[in-house]
Design a protein around this ligand. Structure first.
Ligand SMILES: Cc1cc2nc3c(=O)[nH]c(=O)nc-3n(C[C@H](O)[C@H](O)[C@H](O)COP(=O)(O)O)c2cc1C
Length: 250
């Protein structure tokens, strides 16, 4: 099988690291690969802030709802929407930027960050490292803004750990997904298939957890509900607004 496809088909989040270092030349390659990804209008409105400092990573782990696996990573990278960079370009023309004050601006930043996150992680995995995306940076956005020294018109969207995976993490089974036919549709969306897929997945994931002795986990439906039946990150709205992201679309 094609090596790239094989890598994509076997990828998984890694939450157990040996503590060994990511080589400096590898980290440099990983950042170059991440930067090669596409960005909306070639605006390049993402910046990365990374740290290898163990004390800072410990602090970041605490801010990310005390996620222990973050603490064991060798590198932590934060993906920042950077409309400060585009503002420098626009203001140098004597014009005023308003993109951060639009719903579209948030979408542009979030999509670009997501694409870059995937490129960065794929590059790290190709070099033999493990990664996990960390959305929990948004549990404490104000604190991230402060410790990363982020100016107005920027926002910490998501992070990624990078480290050397422990063998048992590397060999862990792949987490199942909803069936392909309830996920990808030709021509039109099919809600019946989506609904059937949800029920099927609940059983598949239950079985996966039984087979792998993960009986400490609740049902997938319950897990999703524990987030999505409430406004689970209310701090995001106010911290966005503090950074100048206020929708004023007309
Ligand atoms: C944007 C984003 C944010 C995430 N945030 C976290 C996180 O804060 N902590 C964590 O342990 N995993 C996090 N994950 C990883 C997901 O939990 C994981 O991808 C999912 O459970 C599927 O497992 P797999 O990646 O091993 O296939 C995040 C994933 C994404 C894409």
């Amino acid at each position: 099988m094609n090596e790239t496809i094989k890598q994509l088909l076997t990828r998984k989040s890694i939450r157990n690291f040996t503590g060994e270092s990511v080589k400096e030349e590898d980290l440099n390659l990983i950042f170059q690969a991440a930067q090669r990804c596409p960005t909306s209008i070639n605006g390049q409105q993402i910046s990365l802030v990374y740290t290898k400092d163990k004390e800072k990573i410990k602090q970041i782990a605490q801010l990310c709802r005390n996620q222990k696996q973050v603490e064991t990573a060798d590198v932590f990278v934060t993906f920042v929407i950077d409309f400060n960079r585009t503002a420098h370009a626009i203001e140098s023309l004597g014009k005023e930027q308003v993109v951060e004050q639009s719903a579209e601006g948030i979408i542009v930043g979030a999509i670009d960050a997501g694409i870059m996150l995937s490129s960065l992680q794929t590059a790290a995995e190709a070099l033999g490292y493990g990664t996990t995306a960390i959305g929990a940076v948004r549990c404490a956005p104000d604190e991230f803004i402060e410790i990363l020294n982020l100016p107005p018109k920027t926002y910490p969207l998501v992070g990624s750990t990078i480290g050397v995976a422990k063998d048992h993490a590397k060999n862990a089974p792949l987490k199942p997904r909803v069936s392909l036919d309830s996920f990808v549709f030709e021509d039109v969306y099919d809600d019946k298939k989506v609904q059937d897929g949800v029920e099927e997945y609940e059983e598949d994931l239950k079985q996966f957890r039984i087979d792998n002795n993960m009986d400490y986990l609740t049902s997938h439906k319950e897990a999703i509900a524990s987030f999505y039946d409430n406004y689970y990150m209310p701090q995001v709205k106010s911290s966005f607004e503090k950074q100048g992201f206020i929708f004023k679309d007309k």
